[in-house]
Design a protein around this ligand. Structure first.
Ligand code: NAD
Ligand code: SER
Length: 315
């Protein structure tokens, strides 16, 4: 019997992932956890534990208490926030990961999912159609922690035969929870501000192109990756994953099709430099070959859903 523990479940991805895992595997088999409790929505309906990923003893107790077989480790500090407090962010991102990897070996967990990011790439990486294997020279604390994490999960896979799986998510766009302090957050905020005020001041410049994905595609890719036969997976670090790329100008034009008076202005801040070091588009052909990955949503479909759902939510 599968018993899943999600760490960082109150965040942007955790909110959607917890709901979908509970749908697929049953409410009693999916234990959500975070460093704080949201006391709303999905948390009311299922099992929830307060867990700080730096508290290895507590994680160990919860694994034993529920006879956990799989972990989705989502707790992290994202790119924008990490630059504000580099050492603390390094500790959460790295010590948190080590605690899970060590417990994975100790408790003989069946599988672990840990997300990586397009942030593993850096200023010298080819920016168009970035290949799976290429230069990785991240210059943010977040990107360095993701690159180090990729090397460590490969090490645990090889040395201890621990089954850790990973995707390099692009910027994710969703409406159930707010975005958590990343550089791609503008593409979530823009929808809220379009619905609330009909205008948005963007912290990236007009033509900054980044790889992005609608959350439902990311959740499907994640759960599918965890269900694949291990023998079919040739990558022990993290798979490139992609669906669309766009600029703030392009997303604002898409929003204008629904809200004709929508106005966007530009006031780039420190996150512009981070965005300028990341790819514009990603080659994910290996994920498509190894796992049969196919995305479903494009920019116009996503825009329609986001505006509809956020309007409902804010009403
Ligand atoms: P988020 O910031 O929305 O959520 C992270 C959650 O982790 C939060 O609920 C936070 O409370 C929790 N957390 C922080 N410190 C903790 C600690 N010490 N102990 C326990 N919980 C703690 O982030 P997200 O967007 O949901 O991202 C989840 C994972 O996916 C992260 O590893 C992130 O790097 C990765 N990722 C996200 C994106 C994206 O666009 N959202 C893209 C690439 C990779
Ligand atoms: N969306 C994430 C961020 O901007 C990418 O990992 O930090």
């Amino acid at each position: 019997m599968k018993k899943i523990l999600i760490l960082g479940a109150c965040g942007q991805i955790g909110t959607d992932l917890t709901l979908e895992l509970r749908n697929r595997f049953g409410e009693k088999n999916v234990i959500a956890s975070d460093i704080y409790s949201k006391n709303e929505g999905f948390l009311k309906d299922g099992i929830f534990e307060i867990i700080d990923v730096l508290d290895k003893k507590k994680i160990s107790e919860v694994i034993d208490k529920y006879q956990i077989t799989e972990i989705y480790h989502l707790a992290a500090v994202l790119s924008g926030n990490a630059e504000k407090n580099p050492m603390k962010s390094w500790e959460v991102n790295m010590t948190g990961l080590f605690n899970i990897l060590e417990l994975g070996v100790e408790k003989k967990l069946n599988k672990i999912f840990w997300p990586s990011s397009i942030a593993v790439f850096g200023p010298s990486t080819p920016r168009e159609n970035t290949p799976q294997d290429t230069i990785t020279d991240p210059n943010t604390v977040y990107g360095i922690s993701k690159l180090a994490g990729e090397r460590w999960i490969e090490y645990y896979n090889n040395k201890y035969n621990l089954d850790v799986r990973s995707l390099r998510y692009p910027g994710l766009i969703s409406y159930k929870a707010e975005a958590g302090g990343g550089t791609t957050d503008y593409a979530v905020e823009i929808f809220y501000e379009a619905v609330r005020n009909g205008k948005y001041e963007c912290f990236l410049s007009k033509n900054t192109e980044l790889p992005m994905m609608y959350m439902d595609d990311a959740i499907n890719a994640t759960i599918e990756l965890m269900e694949f036969k291990k023998e079919n997976l040739s990558i022990k670090t993290s798979y490139n994953l992609s669906s669309m790329s766009f600029t703030p100008d392009e997303i604002s034009k898409e929003i204008k099709k629904h809200i004709p008076n929508f106005q966007i202005t530009y006031h780039p801040d420190f996150r512009q430099k981070i965005a300028d070091s990341w790819p514009k588009s990603i080659d994910d052909s290996l994920a498509r070959r190894n796992g049969g990955w196919r995305h479903k949503y494009n920019l116009s479909e996503m825009t329609e859903i986001m505006l509809k759902e956020i309007t409902k939510k804010l009403n």
